[in-house]
Design a binder for this molecule. Structure first.
Ligand SMILES: NC(=O)c1ccc[n+]([C@@H]2O[C@H](COP(=O)([O-])OP(=O)(O)OC[C@H]3O[C@@H](n4cnc5c(N)ncnc54)[C@H](O)[C@@H]3O)[C@@H](O)[C@H]2O)c1
Length: 396
């Protein structure tokens, strides 16, 4: 059996999403070699929890380790680009968390760049960075994979199978990821994340929809491209009276907590992404696919696999129900097999197989680049109140 030896860089929330999937992949032996985190406690805890052989506070140790084939980047987004380049240079295959990169401020920027730096300047910088990263990835012999789990959800994989088989034309896609705030304290600041809810969570339905449209084009032997987009963003939470904000956790400082973008593809068809940080009742992830000859609803989470009604929550204190659910009593749609339904297992399986058998992943660089550039183009559209044409983005 082929063997892949893993180093985990960053030992927080996302590293556990991957960690929970390792024991569910098959056909390839996985060796959990090392974890790295600037917090010794975080690195040690993750290593102990999942059985990594060692931990370190310096990720360069993992990059130098000849017993590591591949690293998973689960660090804050502002670190991805540099870590990716270093890892590929060190001969390591890379699975990089989303977003691949973004605008995180530059020397001389005001404290809150999200409020003051023109979005067009940000888009230009992101496009240049993407171009540089693409060159690095293309010149490397290592595998690069972009961790877009939506692509690997069983619902979207099955939907893609139908679209391919029927050679359907997808006329409209509508996708949403909405949640009550972010688990990360720094999510309210542009300099940490590179944007707000549209980038942080809207990237998921966007990535899934771009994949579906690409699959349609492949099945029909057609070209796939973006024509233009129109977006709206807002900072809704601060406008709600403080006393009435008690169920809402979003704390946007210079980022949007609401974002929507409608994309027009070169064939004239459309897709709309919704992202919202002020949603109670648990995380909401779905993509609706409207075709010329079919309608498909991909319920990612929640689903109706298991509905529960509890009159009280005695004994449930440590029982997980679903992400960001406020209370466990009353009726709830509980997550079942979350790591499978949300695509994390199939994502890891694809990455391990790509490394073991030297093939390209479903979610590669072009998807990471298009997702990132589209979101920054959406920021320009929202700020300038106009349609942004893709030709303009490509010529920056
Ligand atoms: N695909 C998904 O569903 C999903 C979900 C959550 C987060 N993410 C992504 O995963 C990434 C990490 O997010 P998170 O929620 O795990 O954040 P987190 O804050 O929980 O964890 C990040 C970890 O990186 C560590 N770190 C910071 N600088 C470092 C450095 N120089 N070297 C090593 N470690 C360093 C931090 O100490 C922290 O422990 C982000 O890009 C985020 O967008 C993806």
């Amino acid at each position: 059996m082929e063997k892949v030896r893993i180093g985990m860089i960053g030992s927080g929330f996302a590293s556990r999403l991957h960690g929970n999937s390792f024991r569910r992949v098959g056909g390839i032996e996985v060796v959990l070699r090392g974890t790295a985190d600037i917090s010794a406690d975080a690195a040690r805890q993750l290593a102990e929890e999942y059985g990594y052989e060692y931990w370190t506070t310096d990720y360069h140790e993992l990059l130098k380790d000849p017993e590591i084939d591949a690293v998973i980047l689960c660090t804050p987004p502002r670190l991805h680009a540099e870590m990716l380049c270093e890892a590929l240079k060190a001969g390591k295959h890379v699975l990089c968390e989303k977003p691949l990169t973004g605008y995180f401020g530059k020397e001389g920027d005001p404290e809150l760049p999200g409020l003051h730096v023109p979005k067009k300047e940000m888009l230009k910088k992101v496009c240049l960075d993407m171009e540089r990263l693409e060159e690095v990835v293309n010149q490397s012999r290592c595998i690069f994979m972009y961790a877009e789990n939506y692509i690997y959800t069983p619902a979207i994989q099955r939907a893609a199978e139908f679209v391919r088989a029927k050679k359907s034309i997808i006329t409209y896609l509508r996708g949403e990821e909405s949640v009550q705030g972010s688990p990360s304290a720094g999510a309210g600041y542009w300099k940490n994340i590179g944007g707000g809810t549209l980038l942080r969570i809207g990237c998921h339905p966007l990535g899934g929809m771009l994949y579906l449209k690409r699959e349609q084009a492949r099945a029909r032997g057609e070209d796939f491209g973006i024509h233009s987009l129109v977006a709206d963003t807002g900072m809704v939470n601060p406008g709600i009276p403080e006393a009435e904000r008690k169920y809402l956790n979003a704390k946007p400082q210079d980022v949007e907590d609401f974002g929507t973008v409608t994309i027009t593809f070169t064939d004239g068809t459309k897709a709309t992404v919704f992202a919202n940080d002020n949603v109670v009742g648990g995380i909401r992830n779905y993509i609706d696919i409207y075709c010329n000859d079919a309608t498909l609803h991909c319920h990612i989470t929640p689903t109706d696999d298991l509905e529960t009604y509890f009159v009280d929550d005695d004994g449930l204190e440590n029982v997980y129900m679903s992400e960001k659910l406020e209370q466990k009593t009353g009726w709830n749609s509980v997550f079942v097999s979350e790591s499978i339904k949300r695509g994390y297992v199939a994502q890891l399986q694809d990455f391990l197989e790509c490394v073991a058998y030297n093939r390209q992943p479903l979610s590669g660089f072009s998807l990471a680049r298009m997702t990132g550039e589209l979101i920054y183009a959406a920021y320009v559209s929202a700020e300038e109140g106009r349609r942004v044409f893709w030709e303009e983005v490509q010529s920056l």
